[in-house]
Design a protein around this ligand. Sequence first.
Ligand SMILES: Cc1ncc(COP(=O)(O)O)c(C=O)c1O
Length: 466
Amino acid sequence: MTESWATFGADLHLHLDLAAGRRLRAGLTEALREAARSGRLAAGTRLPSSRTLAADLGIARNTVAEAYAELVAEGWLTARQGSGTRVAERARPRRAAAAAPVRRPTRKGPSYSLQPGSPDLGGFPRAAWLSAARRALTDAPNEAFGYALDARGRVELRQALAGYLARARGVYADPDRIVLCAGFLHGLTLLAGVLWGRRVREVAVEGYGLDFHRNLLERAGLRTRPLVVDGEGARTAELTASAGAVLLTPAHQFPTGAALTPGRRAAAVDWARTTGGLILEDDYDGEFRYDRQPVGALQGLDPDRVVYLGTASKSLAPGLRMGWMVVPPGLLDEVLAAKGPTDWASSALEQLTLAAFITSGAYDRHVRGMRLRYRRRRDELVAAVAGRVGVSGIAAGLHAVLDLPAGTERSVVQSAAWQDLALHGLSSFRHPEAEVAPRDALVVGYGTPSDSAWSPTLAALAAALP
Ligand SMILES: Cc1ncc(COP(=O)(O)O)c(C=O)c1O
């Protein structure tokens, strides 16, 4: 058996026995038949003309024409004036019918979810994003299509963010010190490397938080030490000099929902100034504040000691993988060195689109619209559980904490699963070394369901509660 290639726009790969004479024609016929039967040549595929295939294979044109004619007669090929010779529609792989794909029972996840961490994906502003993309594409200079040379990311987006963050979040933001990244997780990964390079070996974290953020730090060689979290946020007065950095969610503690009080903000900044430590501020959902004036970013208190990290994952969509860091001047070179001399982490067109989305006012409009939607859901959630469980952490964000009678968390999560509802207990966010006694509660991500799933999801939750 030898293998031959013929080109006719697309390559035709045949297993062909190139013996001479009649056997050659039979070999070609069988090779084409096998290709059509097995489905390797899909129905409708146009074959090369007999002249071209003959030339490619170095055989007589007649041999190819006869093979084609035989396969047309058998029904494997069709030959029509003007459209050439094609694999017939009914030349379905015969064996494939017998060996039809086995339908494995796929493990279906629960129908409803109140797991925190996602906005309502159905709320993504497709039309406004499309017009921003169109504008970005029209205005993009040619160099935007090349390899990026500035590891900070596109200046258009850094400028747009600097204006927005200063206005909406009270961040002291200079476009030169903004570094774009592929979401918070990417930013934290870069910072973990920088901290390790600075010989930091311990990072203080909140006693309740996301395990994959802690794990990321641990994988980078950094031991995580939990701070107690209560109704005022993390107890920052308990920070010690053994930690080189602290990771905080000051605007809306994840997951308990507390806002870090002014006293504790000041204590964090004092610690950073006296020990030379860094504060990593995770401002993941700061845009969504309902009851009070927006709680500003901690970074405004000391831009030299705080790395501000923002993300589009809650305000727009996690699938965008877009985030940003505002980096203290003394840290910028190290962060850029960690990111690499060129910025290939995210698409320039996406960055330009987000820039256009912000500068046109569409970002503010979208956030305002979603804030109303989430606020309505939050109110419905509070009404649905009123008198049954205590609710906290509801002044901001896309999740709330429902306190449960001691010892019932696990059984409520299990009973939610029976209601076809995915839920997280608060204990799943607890640092393994956290010193306070576990608190039985649910972390309810009311941003997660689509609008149409919201009511049945809420009903499933109500049915699962004790
Ligand atoms: C506490 C916290 N930080 C950050 C993020 C955003 O992460 P990323 O930007 O990597 O999607 C989330 C999203 O769920 C979060 O819950």
